[in-house]
Design a protein around this ligand. Structure first.
Ligand SMILES: Nc1ncnc2c1ncn2[C@@H]1O[C@H](COP(=O)(O)OP(=O)(O)OP(=O)(O)O)[C@@H](O)[C@H]1O
Ligand SMILES: [Mg+2]
Length: 269
């Protein structure tokens, strides 16, 4: 068959470590164009660590991650810059630069990566802030925002360049239910309007069912993933551990017992 777009990202045989401890191994999956892929699992199973690997901030202990066929950890510096231009990332801490206003934070990627004029940057930033419900925050210092507002400003910054691929780590944690639902709607509209692929780490069951095309469960007991599938299918027909998770029977919080300190035995070097 010709014409079908291939995966944006291919992950093959990935091992995630924290220090010498293996968190997850044998992770293999694709991220497709215009899909919302949720990464889920109990606290401490390695979701944020996986995200850091997917954006190239951590080097895999084993395995590889290819973006549009380019191996992220073997790419030239120039190729990496090109690849990174195509990502928007919001980390779990959602840190903003405290020395800049909210608007300046959102404009920063445009300054770094585009030749847009100051006026164009300001207009684009204002529009992204409005999208996340922060139309009036442009001139504010980050310190003047609530935790949930800071998070939304960090999402606006991740959207700054209208990236084809967006990575969001717990974007709705700390948001009230209506704001969280608004964020879900924004993500779906990005996917519809711009064909954005979104990798979303979340514990929120409502969000998972509202936005995920597929969900990937990282099992902290077996230390590997379950094959991604539609959340409804996993809830109704998946293995017990993910059925329970998606039915809210197993708390995503508090965390399951951490892996034993000797878990790294047999780990990749
Ligand atoms: N830089 C590091 N050095 C040592 N251990 C780390 C490091 N980063 C993460 N870890 C450990 O790796 C494990 C997984 O962390 P990670 O943040 O990926 O989990 P998570 O699934 O995102 O959890 P949560 O749902 O609480 O955000 C945790 O036990 C954590 O303490
Ligand atoms: Mg995390």
């Amino acid at each position: 068959m010709s014409g079908a777009p291939g995966p944006l990202v291919q992950v093959r045989g990935l091992t995630l470590c924290a220090g010498t401890r293996v968190l997850q191994r044998a992770l293999s999956f694709d991220i497709h164009p215009a899909e919302v892929l949720v990464i889920m699992g109990g606290s401490g199973c390695g979701k944020s660590t996986l995200l850091r690997h997917l954006v190239g901030l951590q080097v895999p202990a084993a395995g590889r991650i290819c973006h549009r066929g380019v191996d992220l950890h073997r790419a030239s510096a120039d190729a990496l810059v090109q690849l990174r231009r195509g990502f928007g990332v919001m980390f779990q801490a959602g840190a903003l630069w405290s020395s800049m206003t909210v608007g300046e934070n959102v404009m920063l990627p445009m300054e770094m990566f585009t030749s847009m004029s100051p006026r164009q940057r300001a207009e684009r930033a204002q529009s992204h802030l409005a999208d996340v419900g922060l139309a009036d925050a442009f001139e504010l210092d980050p310190a003047a925002l609530s935790g949930g507002m800071r998070k939304r400003a960090a999402i606006a910054r991740a959207l700054a360049l209208d990236p084809p691929l967006l990575f969001l780590d717990e974007p709705s944690a700390g948001l009230d239910p209506p704001t969280s639902a608004q964020l879900d709607a924004l993500l779906l509209s990005l996917r519809e309007r711009q064909g954005t692929s979104i990798v979303l780490v979340t514990h929120e069951l409502d969000s998972i069912f509202a936005v995920a095309d597929r969900a990937l469960f990282l099992d902290s007991q077996t230390r590997t993933m379950l094959p991604p599938d539609a959340p409804q299918a996993l809830r109704d027909h998946g293995p017990a551990v993910v059925r329970d998770f998606l039915r809210g029977r197993v708390g995503a919080r508090p965390s399951p017992a951490p892996a034993a300190p000797d878990a790294a035995r047999g780990a990749a070097p």
